[in-house]
Design a protein around this ligand. Structure first.
Ligand SMILES: [Zn+2]
Length: 402
């Protein structure tokens, strides 16, 4: 499998004076530390400044008591090629989302490609090409350096186990939303999900009514029978299943419960509450389902976090975990958690200027979007004060190295 090589290395980066360190882990969402040390893109130390080896840093960042969290992971996107979406003819949407704190995007299928192939060899070729192209795009620094995990084929009738083995051998790790292609029956989907899983390919299923003319309804019975790894947009994209069916999915399946921005907002809130009450918050993961008919929202992840925290009344530090550590674990990714050995993908935030909240977490719980002051991917600074969020009260500064 071809993997593009990122030439630029971060060297040693010391990040100090962190005012609030969000871990991404909902079991221990806040860490008692004010310093992170990074070496060539990986976290090597987390702790109090005096206890960390901070000597001879290539770069030092003074957080000025602002917050640091793992970079947000958008669990559900529809990239096509490059930093372009044909759905709304927009350029630069991935880089724009990076300004909203997103450092990783996961493709739920490159379904908006005009003339998308539906014959099996074409489906496989597109998946492999998309995986390569997005990997290479990141290495080239296009799209703000966001890690776009793409090459997610939409399964079609007639595929056999060897097709999944071939794609896996070529580097494909994801399936696009089941139900967007010709495979719509539960038993047929289940067989392909099992083949995919056997070959290390993770699967997602479309849940709910049709998204756009041409797609179809997938109800709870089909979702349960298919048993994909991710119950994709459980709150619909946009049209949600009846709430009783959503509850059934939460209760009878043990798979990831994905809530998206471009879905039914009432069901999003009810699902988040239900998962808390069922004591399975670890299964809740967040995405945008953009680009879509609803467009691209560069702040979609932050908006969804603020929506769920404020209206479903869930502590903001837990909801940040739904968008980071939970996705890391449910999707077996290295990024998304602040732990030694993990990639240094970070979003630096502060409460927005003039928010009524007393601090960052309080402002999000009041429904305000935080201000992003810096975004870092693999230890490299990708933006400083975001051009898209409301201005952060305070932003981290890069201290000149002597
Ligand atoms: Zn969908």
């Amino acid at each position: 499998m071809a993997t593009a090589v990122i030439a630029e290395k971060s060297g040693k980066v010391v990040i100090k004076n962190i005012g609030l360190l969000l871990s991404g882990d909902i079991d221990q969402p806040i860490l008692e530390a004010d310093t992170i040390v990074v070496q060539d893109g990986l976290i090597t130390a987390i702790g109090k400044f005096k206890d960390c080896d901070t000597a001879q840093a290539d770069k030092t960042i003074d957080c000025r008591q602002t917050a640091l969290a793992p970079g947000l992971i958008d669990s559900h996107t529809h990239p096509v090629f490059g930093d372009w979406t044909p759905r709304q003819s927009q350029l630069g949407w991935i880089e724009s989302c990076m300004h909203g704190g997103v450092t990783t995007m996961i493709s739920a299928g490159e379904v908006h490609l005009p003339g998308r192939p539906k014959d099996i060899v074409g489906v496989k070729a597109l998946a492999i090409t998309a995986q390569r192209a997005f990997d290479g795009m990141r290495a080239a620094g296009v799209g703000g350096g966001v890690k776009v995990l793409a090459g997610a084929p939409v399964i079609e009738k007639g595929m056999v186990e060897q097709d999944f083995a071939d794609m896996a051998a070529a580097g494909v790790r994801l399936l696009g939303e089941i139900g967007l292609g010709s495979v719509k029956a539960g038993d047929e989907a289940r067989q392909m999900v099992n083949w995919a899983r056997k070959h290390g390919i993770q699967s997602t299923i479309h849940t709910g009514g049709p998204s756009i003319p041409g797609s179809g309804l997938i109800d709870a019975e089909v979702v349960l029978e298919a048993d994909a790894d991710v119950i994709g947009h459980i709150n619909g994209g946009h049209t949600a299943l009846p709430y009783q069916q959503v509850c059934k999915l939460c209760e009878k399946s043990s798979r990831a419960i994905e809530i998206v921005h471009n879905g039914n907002e009432k069901i999003a809130l009810l699902t988040a509450r239900h998962a808390m009450e069922l004591k399975c918050p670890h299964r809740v993961i967040l995405g945008t389902d953009a680009p879509a008919g609803s467009g691209v929202q560069p702040l979609g992840m932050l908006r969804l976090i603020a929506l769920i925290s404020s209206l479903a009344d869930i502590p903001a530090e837990i909801v940040f975990g739904f968008a980071t550590g939970n996705i890391s674990r449910m999707r077996k990714l290295p990024q998304g958690l602040i732990e030694v050995g993990r990639p240094a993908d970070f979003v630096f935030m502060d409460k927005a200027q003039h928010s009524a909240g007393k601090d960052l977490l309080d402002s999000v719980q009041l429904g305000d979007i935080p201000g992003v002051g810096m975004v870092m991917i693999d230890g490299l600074i990708k933006c400083q004060r975001s051009r898209n969020t409301p201005p952060a009260g305070e932003v981290p500064i890069l201290i000149a190295t002597p």
